[in-house]
Write a protein that binds this ligand. Structure first.
Ligand code: AMP
Length: 618
């Protein structure tokens, strides 16, 4: 099994004993932890107060970037320059997030429903990967300052339901922050590890992990066999959490004090003060029976009984999810051996009590529910470093495997450190109308451009029936077995044309060469990412230019002269930016063309429908 660590400053290999950190990259807060003399500890900031770094990024004047508490202060005054909840956008296309766009205070770009979302701040465009990397850089700096050493290896946690694209995005963010991501671990797995569950040999048990944070709720049912965690079911609600408890209190006060809801909505300052007081009340009621406060001359009070009746319907929703998760896993409450509590909102006594009642057993809640995931990630890191002798280590693939896509980009299909054997499939399509042959070139390595990686082989999928670009569905499957033999199969799903090859992925490469490839990828992460962003923007722009051309040809009749000229002019501007090396200029030109043509496209669709109706005979 391959295991490397790297000293980035000197570009040399480090000893295996070097620290690997555990990172919880959360929706509201993030934190970093490490093993200190056999005990997992979370790292506090310079002020020594909190281990939590709010997952908020502020873009100030002169390209300044602030992360965490200082950024949070800008949420109210400069919402358009302050990014929060970026985790909700990781690995997502605009089509995925269109339904809750209102939720974001910043600008999410929607030019192409298939491609990954971008966020516009001032005149620049950022991917969720770049933004998450800023949070990871902050955590890296925090622990480096605390331990006075360079940290370059990490385990990062993600929700159990994250798909392949979301996990890859998280890995890429780590790389961009200068971290070699040894493993992506499921949050419920990490939480269980923090309580030592799953560390014993020969254990076979079923665990429920109940995670109620500020804005999201997840329940996961895990099976652990011989140190291997399998997620049997997950359920949850991406918009249910402590914020809803605060809102319930606020609504209660508004009602009780006879305040008009519009007044509170319009008087932002009053609304904000009430919201903050509501959160304070909720936290106090986790310890006390009564809360009292005043805002200006408004007297506010809340007792625990009333608070509990306000949040009862919300807790009921979480328990309904638990029942559904058990049903999906085909289990009964009595099959579950342990229940682990995660997330700040599990501090509420009624939540604890009702979860314990539901599962009919004692819950694990001794650790700080905000830290438990990061602590578990640190333990997983320790296992990977080989420090926990009892735990089974699995065979992994030492370098990523992928294929070349348009523009010479590397598309990773099996990421480095994946368990072996591994089978992954992904769908692709053609970029040219009527394309009959498709070259599939297989590469190994961590760089964004295939030219910097190691080519393992290539083959051509022939005789694809002619179709317009984008219509063929080509599934590429990678199957890597325990001997490092990689089978690559390509199949066009509409016609069933297929082709495959077999490659020995580890053949002719030494451990030193692999380590060198890793060092190079970390050193070049930032320039690689910039090149990738530029090439992707160009690809996207070329597609849009093609569609704009087709659109003009098909719908000339319904466009006014001005509309026609303006569409052509904006397309020309886009064409000229594609030649330049400024991805933000390309993105701005795409945005402008899309905004202008969107209403025209709507109208064209109406006309098409109207014409179809005309042709119908009764
Ligand atoms: P998380 O997203 O896991 O950081 O959870 C944050 C949520 O936990 C927020 O809604 C907080 O208001 C809530 N929270 C933090 N401390 C307490 C407490 N002592 N009692 C109740 N809720 C809390």
């Amino acid at each position: 099994m391959a295991k490397f660590s790297i000293n980035l400053k000197e570009g040399k290999l480090k000893k295996d004993s070097d620290i690997i950190v555990g990172i919880d990259l959360g929706t509201t807060n993030s934190l970093v932890a490490y093993m200190d003399n056999g005990k997992a500890v979370a790292v506090k900031g310079k002020n020594g107060k909190s281990t939590l770094v709010p997952s908020i990024i502020y873009f100030g004047p002169d390209e300044q970037i602030w992360v965490g508490d200082p950024a949070r202060e800008k949420l109210a005054t400069e919402p358009q320059n302050t990014i929060y909840s970026i985790k909700r956008l990781m690995g997502k296309s605009y089509g995925d997030v269109a339904d809750f766009e209102q939720y974001f205070g910043y600008k999410v770009i929607d030019e192409d429903t298939e491609s990954l979302v971008k966020i516009r701040v001032k005149d620049k465009f950022y991917t969720p990967i770049e933004l998450s990397a800023e949070i990871l850089k902050e955590l890296k700096q925090r622990i480096e300052a605390d331990l006075d050493t360079i940290v370059s290896r990490a385990v990062i946690t993600v929700p159990a339901y994250f798909n392949d694209a979301q996990r890859q995005a998280t890995r890429d963010a780590g790389k961009l922050a200068g971290l070699d991501v040894l493993r992506i671990v499921n949050e419920p797995t990490a939480a269980s590890l923090a309580y030592g569950i799953g560390l014993e040999k020969g254990e076979d048990q079923l665990i429920a992990v109940f995670d109620l944070g500020g804005g999201t709720f997840d329940i996961s049912i895990l099976q652990i066999q011989d140190g291997i965690f399998e997620v049997l079911a997950t359920h949850g609600d991406t918009f249910l959490g402590g914020d809803d408890f605060d809102r319930a209190i606020l609504d209660y006060w508004v009602d009780q004090k006879g305040l008009a809801p519009e007044v509170v909505r319009e008087n932002k300052k009053l609304g904000q003060s009430l919201r903050l007081k509501a959160e304070e009340a909720k936290k106090q009621l986790s310890l006390n029976d009564k809360f009292e406060a005043t805002i200006d001359d408004l007297e506010l009070s809340l007792d625990r009984k009333t608070f509990e009746s306000l949040i009862q319907p919300l807790i009921k929703r979480t328990l309904d999810s638990c029942a559904n998760a058990l049903k999906d896993a085909k289990l009964n409450v009595s099959d579950i051996q342990h229940v682990v509590m995660v997330g700040g909102s599990t501090r509420v006594p009624l939540v604890k009590q009702q979860v314990a009642n539901f599962f009919q057993k004692e819950i694990y809640d001794a650790l700080d529910p905000d830290e438990v995931v990061a602590l578990g990630a640190a333990i997983q890191a320790d296992v990977l470093a080989g420090n926990q002798k009892d735990v089974l280590l699995l065979d992994i693939t030492p370098l990523s495997l992928g294929i070349e896509t348009v523009g010479g980009l590397m598309d990773v299909i099996i990421p480095r450190n994946s368990k072996i054997p591994s089978r992954v499939g992904r769908q692709y399509t053609t970029s040219v109308d009527g394309q009959k042959n498709l070259k599939i070139a297989v590469y190994q390595g961590e760089r964004d451009l295939v030219e910097h990686n190691r080519k393992l082989g290539e083959f051509i999928l022939k005789e694809i029936p002619p179709m317009p670009a984008g219509l063929p569905k080509i599934e590429i499957q990678f199957l890597l077995n325990a001997d490092g033999i990689l089978k690559v199969k390509a199949k066009e799903l509409r016609s069933n044309v297929e082709q495959e090859i077999e490659i020995r992925s580890q053949y002719g490469i030494s451990e030193e060469e692999m380590a060198k490839m890793l060092i190079e990828s970390l050193k070049n992460a930032e320039t690689d990412m910039k090149t990738r962003a530029l090439l992707e923007a160009r690809n996207e722009a070329n597609n849009i230019i093609l569609s704009a051309g087709k659109f003009i040809k098909q719908h000339q009749a319904i466009l006014s002269e001005e509309e026609l000229n303006q569409t052509i002019a904006l397309t020309e501007v886009l064409k000229s930016t594609v030649k330049e090396a400024d991805k933000d200029a390309i993105n701005r030109a795409m945005d402008a063309l899309n905004q202008y043509t969107a209403p025209l496209a709507h109208r064209a669709m109406d006309v098409t429908i109207a014409q179809a109706m005309k042709g119908k005979k009764i």
